[in-house]
Write a protein that binds this ligand. Sequence first.
Ligand SMILES: *Cc1c(COP(=O)(O)O)cnc(C)c1O
Length: 507
Amino acid sequence: MREPLYLQPRLEPPLSSLLAAPDLLHTLVDALGSPLNVLLPDRIAENAERFRAVYRRHHLGGRISFAHKANRSSALLRRLAVTDPAAVGVDVASLSELQHALGCGFTPDRITATGPKDPAFLWLAARSGVTVHPDSVTELEQLAELVRKFALPRIAAVPRLSGFETGTGTGAATGTGTGASGVKVLSRRSRFGTPVGEVGALLDTLERHRDAVEPVGVAYHLDTTGLAEKAVALESCVGVMDELRARGLDPRFVDIGGGFGVSYVQDAAQWDRYTTELAGAVLGTRPAMTWRGHGYGLRNEGGTLRGALGLYPAHRPTAGPGYLDALLSAPAPASGRPPATLLLEHLYDLSIQPGRALLDQCGAVLARVLDVRPTGSGDHLVRLGLNAGDMSLEEHGVIVDPVLLPHGGGGGGVQDADDGPVTVHLFGNLCLEADLITRRTVFLPRLPRVGDLLAFANTAGYAMDFHAHSAQRQPLARTVAVTRDGGSWRWCLDEEYWPITRPGGPA
Ligand SMILES: *Cc1c(COP(=O)(O)O)cnc(C)c1O
């Protein structure tokens, strides 16, 4: 067999120790079915604390709000609700998420409502007194109208901005500069937020409605990994904050959204090698590495590599709190000042809304192996008790290697012809050719057997329930919350988790 191209997951405690407890995980899947989502609520609190440490290092104040949309869990929200209320909040993007956050113990001052809002969502946000991020001037007007119509207290508002650029030109704003020094950096166009070019009308509206709406900050959220692009946006926001002040308003913080990222693969060399070999496979200089030669955005045009690798980088040298640190520390393109200094000089606080990054190492999706069969070309097809909706990172990235949890416990010890690295294709439980869990040819240290479990680690962010559906009436995964109790584990259904002190309980 050719040399294995592993993409081994980055695993940290407590997830690493949980995956070393296969008996418990097998018992849970036996009882609750496959697929099963497993969450570690204590880890999200730890992640929030790691972001706090970056704030402290830069002497910055302000709040870290979890972008709820990345995971539906109640346990995660309830666990976060008992962290420092001044430091940690939640960001909701639908009526139901708002109701959920209130029901999980977040007081309105810790909740922000973002995204485009339907009338019911806007009404409950205004009525309960959460902070609202108006997505447009129109939404701001609607908010002011609600406040007057229902005689509500003044609402804290944080208008969302977009369409940032440095320099003087009025380019087409389609570029995505990522750090070339001295070069104009344009941020990609967003469907959300008020373009900075139209900020005059926004400021006028805020001034006109100052009796109903209190602008407490300005916000952006950019769906990019580019640091320079984000630094430009941050600088622009500080400028808009200053303009608000000049108009006699009192904004206090810049909210820089999410997108801090997660590193999924431990070993940078594995990822580098993988992407290099993938290019080779697309060009035909090495055997295929994907199901039916899928190129993840790359293609072979007459022997030339074209397209672009459309993959979220599975290994990232800086991600999560480290990425925030880098963003705050590097000189920003327009002012040449590090964003942290800029904020401190203007006496502004910093708000962030991490989704994926707060869920780093917070859970895994477990699936039972239902069938294993050889293809005749040396590979095996492995059919699992879950489908592509239950484990969906594949739209933006690759799913890294699952962890094999052998049936009958222990692991290892089994010696037969199946031992040694194998290549498999992972299929789901739908009667659909396209139900691939990943298009990647996956290398495993040994062939799975029927009854084994595969654990897709570090999938709490967007993968485990974001695209889940009940096509063909296949079961939706249940979700359990697992906590460490001295030397052993405790678990309960996600909805049964409350962070109440009990003998050996969480918090
Ligand atoms: C989705 C979203 C986030 C979270 O993004 P991550 O990449 O998960 O950190 C934050 N803010 C807004 C407005 C969002 O839409």
